[in-house]
Design a protein around this ligand. Structure first.
Ligand code: KG4
Ligand code: ZN
Length: 352
């Protein structure tokens, strides 16, 4: 850890409460985080609504965010027993995500920050997922290798210093969560598929169905590919001799976990950074957490995982990441825009 990071850590510890707002997909969320940790963390999930359609419908998501965002913010402030003038700033996800959904949270954040004369900070959604770990693990410091596995992203990044990310590898097609969701849908499981597939897998044999693990050779570097696994899985499900749903779910989950563990260990090895954190919705998966933990123990790597409740989308992680931006003296202007493809890295650079 550089001297600069130590200063940032010290400043975060003295910073007042920050309101976080997250509306990038199908959760309307607001939270208050202060130096002592989470004061409130309100998530109003639209999952039951989108479940009717088997996935998130962007226009419906935006409309529900509009209805929910102010009540959710009020609730977060009330539960934290914090008034607007006590806040040190307002942090909001400004990308990546669904443009209409992002704009609702951003407009609310700007209005509140402007009216209460507070600093505004935009937060990258994936930086939020990474910083969920800093809420739970007080001793965590950069540099740390981060495996981000969510519905929209599967990326290995190196957090070199606070707020400074370097890309190590990423999926070339589907994200891990997306693969879970698509396969779960074919199995007739409800949206979102990851948790339902994990439950079904509990009683299955993870070695019952042979499924591919893509890009595991040297040529794959630290990149991922899950579309071949998805297609192979769909072929098995359409074949004459179908496995039991539980065996299939367990085998599919095992294939995703095997790739994630192998790639994360390779990233640790190639960077020489022996600290690894998990982030994003799929990091809630028990099998992934257990197998990653076993691999890390074997290789002497320190593993950090957020509590399951902070793996999926929430605003406490946005407030947490926002606090580090504020502590680094960074704020945004009223022209802050939502960007559905907001990049996490200053410059895209692959180390392998
Ligand atoms: O991070 P997240 O809440 O939203 C995005 O930023 O995408 O991740 C949602 C994804 C979904 O694909 C969901 O199926 C997956 O995370 N997920 C899981 C589990 N819990 C959520 N996947 C596997 N096992 C789980 N327990
Ligand atoms: Zn997310």
């Amino acid at each position: 850890m550089g001297a600069k990071d130590a200063d940032v850590d010290a400043r975060v510890r003295t910073l007042g409460p920050v309101l976080g707002i997250e509306t990038s997909c199908d959760e309307t969320a607001a939270a208050v985080v202060d130096a002592g940790g989470i004061r409130s963390n309100v998530v109003s999930s639209q999952v039951p609504i989108h479940r009717l359609y088997g996935g998130v419908v962007p226009e419906i998501a935006s409309r529900h965010h509009l209805e929910l965002v102010l009540p959710v913010i009020d609730q977060a402030l009330a539960q934290a027993q914090v008034s607007l003038h006590e806040l040190a700033g307002v942090a909001v996800t400004n990308g990546p995500g669904l443009i209409g959904a992002l704009l609702v949270g951003l407009a609310a954040a700007k209005a509140i920050a402007f009216a209460a004369d507070l600093p505004l900070v935009g937060v990258h959604h994936l930086a939020g997922h990474v910083y969920a770990n800093f809420l739970a693990q007080r001793e965590l410091r950069p540099p740390v290798v981060c495996l981000i596995v969510s519905g929209g992203h599967t990326e290995l990044v190196l957090l070199e210093a606070h707020g400074e990310f370097r890309l190590l590898g990423r999926t070339r097609d589907d994200a891990a969560g997306e693969a879970f969701d698509k396969i779960a849908r074919v199995l007739g499981l409800p949206y979102p598929g990851g948790p339902a597939l994990e439950k079904l897998a509990e009683t299955g044999n993870p070695h019952a169905v042979p499924l591919p693990r893509a890009m595991m050779g040297a040529e794959g570097g630290l990149d991922f590919s899950f579309s071949g696994l998805k297609t192979a899985g769909l072929n098995v499900l359409q074949s004459a001799e179908k496995p039991t749903p539980a065996d299939f779910a367990a085998s599919f989950q095992q294939a995703v976990v095997d790739v994630c563990v192998a790639k994360a260990m390779k990233a640790v090895e190639s960077t020489g950074v022996d600290r690894l954190l998990l982030a994003g919705g799929v990091a809630a998966n028990r099998k992934l957490r257990d197998e990653m933990s076993a691999a890390c123990r074997k290789q002497g790597v320190e593993l950090y995982t957020p509590p399951s409740s902070l793996c999926t989308d929430n605003a406490a992680m946005i407030a947490a990441a926002g606090r580090y931006r504020l502590a680094r003296g960074q704020t945004d202007g009223w022209d802050l825009d939502a960007d559905p493809n907001l990049p996490l890295y200053h410059a895209i650079s692959t180390v392998l």
